[in-house]
Design a protein. Sequence first.
Length: 348
Amino acid sequence: MNLYPLIRLLLFKLDPEEAHHFTLHNLQLAGRTPTLLSIISAKVEHRLLHRQLFGIDFPNPVGLAAGLDKNGDVIDEMGALGFGFVEVGTITPKPQPGSSRPRLFRLLKDTALINRMGFNNVGAEVAAEKLKRRKSAVIVGVNIGKNKETANEDAVRDYEFCFKTLFDHGHYFVVNVSSPNTPDLRALQGKESLTGILNALQDINQSKANPKPILLKIAPDLTNQQIDDVISVVVQTKIQGIVATNTTVSREGLSYSALEVEKFGAGGLSGTPLAMRSTEVVSYIKSKMAANNASFNIIGSGGVMSVQDATDKFTAGADLIQLYTGLVYEGPQLIKDINMNLLKQAKG
């Protein structure tokens, strides 16, 4: 029985950020009562859903995108809901409060969100302690970024600090240079800056007995030439993949008037309006990989609001997918529906 439509009625009466905190708090409470958690679980377990990527066995290809569980507070609970992997963060070296409120908005007519959270998180050292305390075996990705006050020319130090501090606590790592909510962060997607950051992390990585997979999260607003540059850096630095994509600064195609959109203000747009562009980026990367005989993995993220959206991402070339806004609007049932559809396809 899908109870989420009733739960959503309650949640959507709250301010979006208050609803977020309310949800995390109650998930933590539910995690202490396995029977209660099982009622809302959407877990589907089958060997045909497993995916072997960069040395990791993912029990299913549907993950939680970074941004929802920034500090690793509900990793076990998200795994119990049915996610095949959980990406925490974005985590920065020092704790920071993020942008001033309000900073999260629902666009109900477009089943979308706008956020300008600004990397609010507890910092790498506290996050490491939280990650140590997890009890389940769920696959964990750690999304890392730079602090707001860190100049771009010093950004590599922030990424190095996060990577070293959190290294033992993540199955894979994602370098976030694509959030629109930290000033000038997206400039780090340039070829020279990006190469410097990824090479520095790979130097640390290769000094370890068991290196961790490193992926790069990119913006949907890049041009094809910029994506080509990113792909060349990925190949050159020998990281394991790309997460495509982050939120968009575009406001095209919304059902709201220009005045209403202006009132929402700056921030990254996610949800249904992002779906097509995000899938286009996945498809473009996949085609360029084939043309250049490149081999790395793609996690499709952005606008996965339905089984069809998930199917589109996989068809475009995604090896795994992630949900965020889809979970907010559709609840855990979406995880189950996607996995059941994949299972049906696998069985023929």
